[in-house]
Design a protein around this ligand. Structure first.
Ligand SMILES: Nc1nc2c(c(=O)[nH]1)N[C@H]1C(S)=C(S)[C@@H](COP(=O)(O)O)O[C@H]1N2
Ligand SMILES: [Mo]
Length: 201
């Protein structure tokens, strides 16, 4: 009988090393959304970079598909304490997006904007250097609607609430601006290895 990952059992040494404090490993892929899944057809999807209210660059689905695509493999960590190992994603890195837009980032702060009126803040530095992408594929398939398809932000080194689903844009903001969960008590940064779950952590 396999006991690897069995809930309540102490993880083996390899697993323990990959688990941030307070997390357990799951084989499932739980769905966590603040409301109903918005259905955004690729033909209706647009992705826009903003400097505050001002649009800087915008892509249709077809234009977005023509950008260079990158694969990422690794572990994701939800603030509700599950971690999922060895996930596979494909999308466009934020580095490649900024390069395609031909712009220098106007501020060091970003608010990710979603079609369900969700938003979440991430420092620009955490989106650069290949550490974040706008993901359109998961496990070799188009990203499922409940997991944020057609496209979601993927910032795997932060708690998963920072990975905004149904992404419609990234807004550069003059200050670090709290998003949906950050306004409701979640941490402004959300590093799982420092267990930054709540604004009191
Ligand atoms: N647009 C949007 N993005 C979102 C959410 C949401 O409600 N709306 N929930 C967040 C939370 S709290 C988590 S834990 C992850 C869950 O992603 P999953 O459903 O693919 O597991 O998405 C995050 N991104
Ligand atoms: Mo979450």
């Amino acid at each position: 009988m396999s006991t690897r990952g069995f809930f309540g059992r102490r993880p083996d040494a390899d697993t323990a090393k990959r688990l941030p404090p307070g997390q357990y490993q799951t084989q499932d892929f739980p769905v966590l959304s603040k409301g109903a899944t918005p259905r955004v057809a690729p033909a209706d999807w647009r992705f826009t970079l903003y400097d505050g209210p001002r649009p800087l660059a915008s892509w249709s689905w077809d234009e977005f598909q023509a950008l260079p695509h990158t694969k990422w493999h690794g572990d994701i960590h939800c603030v509700t304490k599950w971690s999922k190992f060895d996930t596979d994603w494909e999308g466009v890195t934020v580095d490649d997006l900024l390069a395609a837009a031909g712009i220098a980032a106007p501020t060091p702060w970003v608010l990710a904007l979603s079609y369900d009126d969700y938003d979440t803040n991430v420092p620009l530095a955490d989106l650069q250097g290949g550490r974040a992408m706008v993901a359109t594929r998961y496990a070799g398939q188009p990203l499922a609607p409940e997991h944020g398809g057609p496209a979601r932000l993927l910032v795997p080194h932060l708690y998963f609430w920072k990975s905004a689903k149904w992404l419609k844009g990234l807004r550069f903001t003059a200050e670090d601006t709290a998003g949906f969960w950050e306004l409701r008590g979640y941490h402004m940064y959300g590093d799982p290895w420092r267990e930054q779950r709540f604004d009191t952590d």
